[in-house]
Design a binder for this molecule. Structure first.
Ligand SMILES: *Cc1c(COP(=O)(O)O)cnc(C)c1O
Length: 231
């Protein structure tokens, strides 16, 4: 048997996304598929692009600039890792969306950089639903409500919804519980700020996207199942 290509992997992920959506009584078209290309060389990203993939995720600013400046303009890249303050200026022109907005302080600096460059950036507020070290995000619900209230006033930032990373465990109820918390918070934000678009729920990775779809995800971030393992 030959090794599956990236095109094969994309097709397999799309097929299982279809099935997961069907089981959840949802349409697969409600869920966007992001190909997480962090650590992967440009050739592989291009292979995914040539297979029709347009939405990508990266967790390092410099790496994203390097790769995505060489891809056609309709390839959209989102930042899914913590944004360091000294990288904000460079991040603004390359990312369509910062999914990992995790503090008001970062939101303020990002808004200032966007205004200076006169460039609109979409953001997701990252909710911390796992206690594991290194996972960033707003831990307290009040903080995220406050951040949403502030961000919605900003001319160059546009809120699109929430992002979360579930705990690294195969315990279905723990993982689904984390996704459900994010969904509940989305509903709360929607009823509090009726003028803001909170429709995006970025939840689910290679190991847990089927559960995320069950819990209402509208954007799954899949790396390993498309590009293979990272070493
Ligand atoms: C790396 C990463 C992913 C993709 O993880 P896989 O397990 O390879 O699918 C998704 N989301 C975030 C935030 C990541 O850092």
């Amino acid at each position: 048997m030959s090794v599956p290509t990236i095109k094969d992997n994309l097709e397999a992920v799309r097929a299982s996304l279809e099935k997961a959506a069907e089981r959840a009584g949802r349409k697969a078209s409600e869920v966007s598929l992001m190909a997480v290309s962090k650590t992967k060389p440009l050739e592989l990203v291009r292979e995914a692009y040539d297979a029709g993939q347009r939405l990508f995720g990266e967790n390092r600013v410099a790496e994203a600039v390097e790769k995505f400046s060489l891809l056609p303009g309709d390839a959209e890249v989102h930042l899914i890792g913590h944004l360091q303050k000294n990288k904000i200026k460079t991040a603004v022109p390359v990312f369509h969306c910062i999914e990992s907005l995790d503090s008001i302080e970062l939101a303020r600096k990002l808004a200032a950089a966007c205004e200076k460059q006169e460039r609109m950036v979409e953001v997701l507020l990252q909710l911390k639903t796992a206690d594991e070290g290194g996972k960033t995000g707003f831990a307290a619900e009040e903080e995220i409500l406050e951040a949403a209230g502030w961000v919605r006033e900003q001319k160059f930032l546009r809120i699109r919804g929430l992002m979360t990373i579930a705990p690294f465990t195969s315990d279905e109820s723990a993982v689904r519980g984390a996704f459900a918390r994010c969904k509940t918070l989305q509903e709360k934000l929607m009823s509090l700020y009726r003028d803001v678009d909170f429709s995006t729920l970025s939840m689910g990775m290679s190991s847990d996207y089927e559960w995320a779809v069950q819990e209402g995800s509208t954007l799954i971030r899949v790396g390993t199942a498309i590009f293979g393992g990272r070493f």
